[in-house]
Design a protein around this ligand. Structure first.
Ligand code: FMN
Length: 194
């Protein structure tokens, strides 16, 4: 029927389940950059996340090499202040190995309930993004370390902290290794009510 919305069939429910279950946070990447069109497909899918009142509260920033290097340097400065020069140099060297960089922000809201719902929506968008990358063999890591709260970080991504808040600094690229992780048994976290 013409006006009936079409529900697209996914390849199979088990494919989706396998994708969700197999995605892991990747901590070590191969040096080559993932193709920009794969990132664009993932960003495009990210914005189809559920969002209450259709606020579409997300913004995405794709960091080029200059910005990524500036973020590495800023992070190293912060680490140096807390842990000294050796820790900072180690961190700088590690961060410089990350092949792809993106940031997801959430627009601020004066209403605390809306702000919470918008943050939830942005987290759904991040998960969409990470899963779509994973479907193309590209791993990612969601970072929320201190650097994302530093005012200098906002300057580097041309964002105004009065307007939006960083939800995720994402590294992405082809995994050098895929870690394993565990989850509690479903029975421990799920209650069946009468
Ligand atoms: C909101 C959020 C923030 C996170 N921040 C960090 C982080 O700063 N550093 C980190 O190593 N992992 C971070 N992670 C990744 C989690 O550590 C990871 O998802 C968890 O260990 C489970 O592993 P998995 O993603 O492979 O299932 C974050 C995840 C979420 C959802």
């Amino acid at each position: 029927m013409e006006n009936t919305p079409r529900v697209e069939k996914t390849p199979s429910a088990s494919t989706l389940t396998r994708l969700i279950r197999s995605r892991r946070t990747v901590y070590a990447f191969k040096p080559e950059r993932a193709p920009r069109d794969a990132l664009d497909r993932a960003l495009d899918a990210a914005r189809w996340a559920p969002n209450h009142r259709l606020t579409e509260p997300w913004h995405f920033y794709v960091l080029g090499p200059e910005t990524a290097e500036a973020v590495c340097a800023l992070n190293a400065q912060l680490v140096e202040r807390k842990k000294g020069p050796k820790a900072a140099a180690d961190k700088l060297a590690r961060w410089r190995t990350m092949p792809g960089w993106a940031v997801v922000t959430c627009q601020n809201s004066p209403d605390p309930i809306q702000a919470r719902e918008d943050y939830g929506a942005c987290c759904c968008a991040v998960q969409n993004l990470m899963l779509c990358l994973w479907a193309e063999g590209i791993g990612s890591k969601w970072n929320t370390g201190g650097v994302i709260r530093d005012p200098g970080f906002y300057d580097l991504i041309w964002a105004d902290p009065a307007v939006e808040t960083v939800v995720a600094l994402l590294w992405y690229g082809y995994p050098a290794e895929v870690p394993t992780t565990q989850r509690k048994a479903l029975a421990e976290v799920c209650v069946d009510l009468p």
